[in-house]
Design a protein around this ligand. Structure first.
Ligand SMILES: NC(=O)c1ccc[n+]([C@@H]2O[C@H](COP(=O)([O-])OP(=O)(O)OC[C@H]3O[C@@H](n4cnc5c(N)ncnc54)[C@H](OP(=O)(O)O)[C@@H]3O)[C@@H](O)[C@H]2O)c1
Length: 165
């Protein structure tokens, strides 16, 4: 199970319930990685999608104490989530946000695909700074590319201290 996230210079990920930037190359990357796979998210991230609808061509799992979301599998607590995740290949599961849900799930992730965007989006929601997180290390860093007017890099981190569920 891996997290997939786009961060700014300060590991910011969102503001006012929305993404910080619209970066076509990152959207393409996210789609390529997650299509046909399982995406798991907090309820606020689902609400941030167009029409609050699940992502197409993926199994969408939502963590919420609220009402079940249409077109998604809904889990209400971690025990329910972990039981459900046992039905999927671990390599096919992506934690896709947001801040609160990443924080809950990061210890259980074996890796993270981190798109680094060279900008300060003045975020109000942040991802953990993996360069300072114990057990995490950057194992791959792509070249700088430019998309949507932003300089960005695709990087990959691994967690050597994965918590079992
Ligand atoms: N840059 C990126 O890659 C990226 C990716 C995804 C999201 N985002 C951004 O992140 C922001 C949303 O993040 P967020 O932190 O506000 O919300 P979130 O994590 O998407 O959702 C929070 C909600 O999910 C449920 N939840 C998640 N973790 C839980 C836990 N440990 N215990 C209990 N309930 C839990 C609760 O739902 P209920 O209240 O329904 O019970 C909680 O209110 C937005 O700005 C979004 O655009 C950025």
């Amino acid at each position: 199970m891996r997290a997939i996230v786009a961060v700014d210079d300060k590991w910011g990920i969102g503001k006012d319930g929305k993404l910080l930037f619209s970066v076509p190359a990152d959207m393409k990357f996210f789609k390529e990685k997650t299509t046909g796979k399982v995406v798991v998210m907090g309820s606020k991230t689902l609400k941030s999608f167009p029409g609050g609808l699940p992502l197409k061509n993926r199994t969408n799992i939502v963590f919420t104490s609220g009402v079940p979301a249409q077109g998604c599998l809904t889990v209400r607590n971690l025990a329910e989530l972990f039981a459900l995740l046992k039905s999927y290949d671990d390599n096919d599961v992506f934690i896709i946000g947001g801040g609160m849900f990443y924080k809950t799930m990061l210890p259980y992730c074996s890796g993270a695909l981190v798109t680094k965007i060279e900008a300060d989006g003045e975020a109000d929601v942040f991802f953990e700074n993996l360069d300072r997180a114990s057990g995490w290390k950057c194992v791959a860093e792509g070249d700088t590319v430019i998309s949507g007017g932003y300089r960005m890099k695709f990087t990959e981190y691994e967690n050597s201290d994965v918590k079992k569920f």
